[in-house]
Ligand binder design. Structure first.
Ligand code: DX5
Ligand code: ZN
Length: 226
């Protein structure tokens, strides 16, 4: 089944605990926590203290997306704060494989992300070392942008490579996703969906989550015929 990971960037930060529990009850299995340092991306969000506080009021899976330079400096802090999954950016460090190993050594699920301009082939060698790959469908840094259509094919390239090589890996997509474009992403092979605005800014977030899960079943991954 499709995993929905609402991004808190679009939530009301004055009542973050309530917002997270609301989407958890509505069927979201993960909560997506976007950490930005103002250097790797031109925006600043929040760090470990916010995650530590949130961990005390919910038992949803914490899907932490680190948009920070040299993430190896802070992995332990995010582990201690309560991360269940940690995504680092392929472009953010000199030795992504070492950081992936570092994350796994703490018993946390490692994931690697690529920005829209990074070709998917560059992370083929990491696919069997991570639990998840995050394909950015917008330039990282801000919520509320429109999905870049060219990124959809990168999902397909990664899913087909994984299938052809017997690799069991989750593929998460992030940025500008809503019920209208979701089917394109699931049929390309994505199975973990981040959505900020589409969920937290909706009148009925519960319905959006239910609809998204149905769309995942309606548009499953199909291999390209050659
Ligand atoms: C962008 C973040 C996303 C963002 C998604 O840098 O990684 O997680 O919050 O928000 P929407 O769904 O509004 O594009
Ligand atoms: Zn994100």
């Amino acid at each position: 089944m499709l995993i929905i990971s609402p991004s808190v960037l679009a939530a009301d930060f004055s009542k973050l605990g309530e917002e997270v529990n609301k989407v958890h009850t509505a069927g979201a299995q993960y909560i997506h926590l976007d950490v930005m340092d103002g250097i790797f991306v031109p925006n600043i969000s929040f760090g470990p203290p916010v995650i530590t506080s949130l961990k005390k009021v919910t038992n949803i899976t914490f899907d932490v997306h680190l948009m920070i330079t040299k993430p190896e400096r802070y992995i332990k802090d995010y582990v201690d704060a309560g991360a269940d999954i940690i995504t680092i950016h392929y472009e953010s460090c000199d030795d992504p494989e070492a950081v992936i190993e570092q994350i796994r050594s703490y018993g946390v699920r490692p994931s690697v992300s690529i920005k829209p301009a990074t070709p998917p082939e560059q992370i083929f060698h990491l696919l069997d070392k991570v639990d998840m790959v995050l394909v950015m469908t917008v330039e990282p840094g801000f919520g509320g942008q429109s999905l870049i259509p060219e990124t959809i094919d990168k999902v397909r390239v990664l899913r087909e490579y994984a299938e052809n090589n017997g690799i069991n890996v989750d593929i998460e997509v992030d940025g500008g996703i809503n019920s209208d474009n979701l089917g394109l992403l699931t049929s390309a092979g994505a199975n973990v969906i981040v959505a900020g605005s589409a969920i937290f800014r909706a009148k009925d977030p519960e319905k959006v989550i239910a609809d998204m899960i149905c769309i995942g079943e309606e548009f499953p991954f199909k291999k390209t015929k050659h």
